[in-house]
Design a protein around this ligand. Structure first.
Ligand code: GLU
Length: 299
């Protein structure tokens, strides 16, 4: 059975881009008769806040998107992530990294990738093991990773040129996003990952980590981004394009859903609806691959 998920980081208000991802993942699971989960990705220290996560859950509920299982908060999962690190260490896949942020800036020779990432050049790769209290990286094998994306078709990337050996544990004691996302998708039995195209290229690195941990690979779909009317990224204006700000401009959740459903190819034109109204009309073959822009009247 399909098990989809939406995994926001509780660092701010969910904007229309986030809500579109949530709706698409819900519709994909529901239209296949499957289940859907929400997971709070709050491993990133003080930027993540419980109250912001609770507000995100309220916004999802206002759209009719509710988790079929209790919401998992990654900050409660340290013991599980530690076990995964121990497993990787037993397989000799981890090495300590003593590089400082400044070292990494000086070492970075490759240009920025499409996602603004710089690959780690592997300076600490030959270091001997020094214990679990160091920053730890995964030793990636060479070679391309190929996967089938439900929206974009066959994808092929070389993780060495995108992330390089990913950091899985930080010196400050935080577990990295890559580790938490891969471990939890498998632990929760997630079969389908729907997320924004900004995370497409790191999929290759996450697949390598799944392989190193002996975990099953979920299906992937990476959605085109939602941009502001002028084409700029929504990031800075996130608060202005959340449900509360839209309500202040007279846009109801049903109208927001109509626009989101239309942008996902479920409706011929944006008209108010519920999330359930869209289930029968959802099909990946109809979802546009390109970026969509928020209506100018909403900004
Ligand atoms: N927590 C990530 C984010 O909010 C998404 C992770 C994922 O969907 O794999 O950007």
């Amino acid at each position: 059975m399909t098990l989809g998920r939406f995994a926001p980081s509780p660092t701010g208000v969910l904007h229309l881009g986030n809500l579109r991802t949530a709706l698409a993942s819900w519709l994909s699971a529901r239209s296949a008769g499957g289940r859907w989960l929400v997971r709070m990705e709050d491993v990133d220290g003080p930027r993540c806040r419980r109250d912001l996560g609770e507000a995100q859950l309220r916004d999802l509920a206002a759209l009719g998107l509710e988790s079929d299982a209790p919401v998992l908060w990654q900050s409660d999962r340290s013991a599980t992530y530690r076990e995964a690190l121990a497993d990787l260490h037993r397989g000799n896949r981890l090495y300590p990294c003593l590089c400082t942020r400044r070292d990494l800036q000086l070492l970075a020779s490759a240009p920025h990738t499409e996602d603004g990432l710089r690959p780690y050049p592997g300076r600490c790769r030959e270091r001997g093991w020094e214990g679990f209290d160091r920053a730890l990286r995964l030793r990636l094998p060479d070679g391309l990773v190929a996967w089938e994306d439900r929206l974009l078709g066959v994808q092929e990337e070389d993780p060495a040129t995108l992330t390089g050996d990913p950091l899985l544990f930080r010196r400050d004691g935080c577990f990295a996003y890559h580790l938490a996302v891969v471990v939890d998708d498998a632990a929760q039995g997630v079969t389908e990952v729907v997320r924004g195209a900004d995370l497409r290229s790191i999929t290759a690195t996450q697949i390598r980590l799944q392989e190193a941990l002996g975990l099953a690979r979920p299906a992937y779909a990476h959605l085109g981004m939602v941009a502001a009317p002028d084409g700029s990224r929504l990031g800075k204006r996130a608060g202005a394009l959340g449900l509360e700000a839209l309500a202040a401009r007279g846009v109801s959740p049903a109208e927001a859903l109509g626009w989101l459903g239309w942008s996902l190819g479920c409706l011929d034109r944006p008209e108010p609806c519920t999330a359930s109204d869209l289930i029968g009309a959802f099909a990946w073959a109809q979802v546009p691959k390109d970026e969509v822009r928020v209506p100018a009247a909403w900004t």
